[in-house]
Write a protein that binds this ligand. Structure first.
Ligand code: PMP
Length: 297
């Protein structure tokens, strides 16, 4: 991986020079909150749903008890511009924006967090990409114990256990149920199913992250007059579906070909949302939603 410049603790530094103590609260306990934000390159750079990512990060900051206010959208965009220039970026990329404690301390730390903004090169999905998933015994963390709506590093260990299980079963990705046995989400993406033309997705009380891409998909499909249901979904109902796809900032729209032993086709609605999502991320449609921040560098 290239040693990019990142913005860390108020300085532009090479990633290899951005260090923190091994006994910091963040290295020991996963005490950090973060966002993954996509930036798409056409004639300009397009940052996708920046305000929504900043809002969610601000919520995570407060819920984890960090005493800090998030930087503004304009401050973020200025740092981003500088990173594009310093790193000579000319392609799609992704940003990891993380608040962490970079001092030696315990998980109960009351120290002030610092943040970094780091670019990672990541291209958009190709149309023929698809994945296999399996329902795991590992359940999704419950909002009663460790709220999945907080995008905290430590929450991802739940995804890690599920992913290890999925791989041992020969699948690419896990699909976790929640504590009550309803379908929740994958390790880093939400799930949609299509049955007889109706699109269904686990409701927000299914112990899922409030995914920004899930919201995008719902809005795009509503615009095209598809019927959408947000509800509790059982494994039996999911297996009976005609089409399944995952969605997320990193996953974008990822069709599912196999769930356990059941085959699925990449159907018309999955193809439709895949194509519409590609248009939305670079402001070729849905301008009414103001989803993109255009950046000329
Ligand atoms: N669920 C989890 C657990 C995730 O980590 C992600 C990725 N952020 C998602 C869903 C998708 O969320 P978003 O669309 O906001 O990226």
């Amino acid at each position: 991986m290239k040693d990019y410049y990142i913005f860390y603790n108020n300085n532009f530094v090479k990633q290899s020079n951005a260090t923190l103590p091994v006994l910091s609260a963040s290295t020991q306990f996963g005490l950090n909150v973060f966002e993954g934000i996509r930036i798409y390159k056409e004639d300009s750079f397009f940052v996708f749903r920046l305000e929504d990512h900043l809002r969610r990060l601000n919520n995570s900051l407060h819920q984890i008890g960090f005493k800090a206010e998030i930087i503004s959208k304009n401050e973020f965009l200025e740092i981003l511009k500088e990173l594009i220039v310093l790193n000579n970026i000319r392609s799609d990329f992704s940003i990891r924006f993380t608040y962490l404690i970079n001092e030696m301390d315990s998980w109960s730390s009351k120290k002030r967090p610092v943040f970094f903004i780091a670019p990672l090169i990541k291209e958009r999905n190709k149309a023929d990409e698809h994945k296999t998933i399996v329902v795991t015994k590992t359940r999704r963390i419950s909002s009663l114990a460790m709220d999945p709506k907080v995008k905290c590093g430590a929450n991802y260990i739940n995804g890690r256990y599920a992913l290890l299980e999925a791989r041992s079963l020969g699948a690419d990705l896990p699909l976790l149920k929640n504590k009550d046995g309803f379908i929740s989400e994958s390790s880093g993406a939400c799930i949609f199913m299509v049955k007889n033309g109706t699109v269904k997705t686990p409701s927000l009380d299914s112990d899922i992250l409030e995914s920004i891409t899930r919201d995008t998909v719902i809005k795009i499909l509503s615009e095209s007059n598809y019927q959408i249901e947000e509800k509790l979904i059982s494994e039996d109902e999911l297996i009976e579906s005609d089409e399944i796809f995952l969605c997320g900032s990193a996953a974008e729209i990822t069709p599912i070909k196999l769930l356990g032993d059941s085959d699925f086709k990449i159907g018309d609605i999955t193809k439709h949302i895949f194509n519409e999502y590609q248009l939305a991320i670079t402001a070729k449609s849905y301008q009414g939603f103001s989803w993109t921040s255009k950046l000329d560098v």
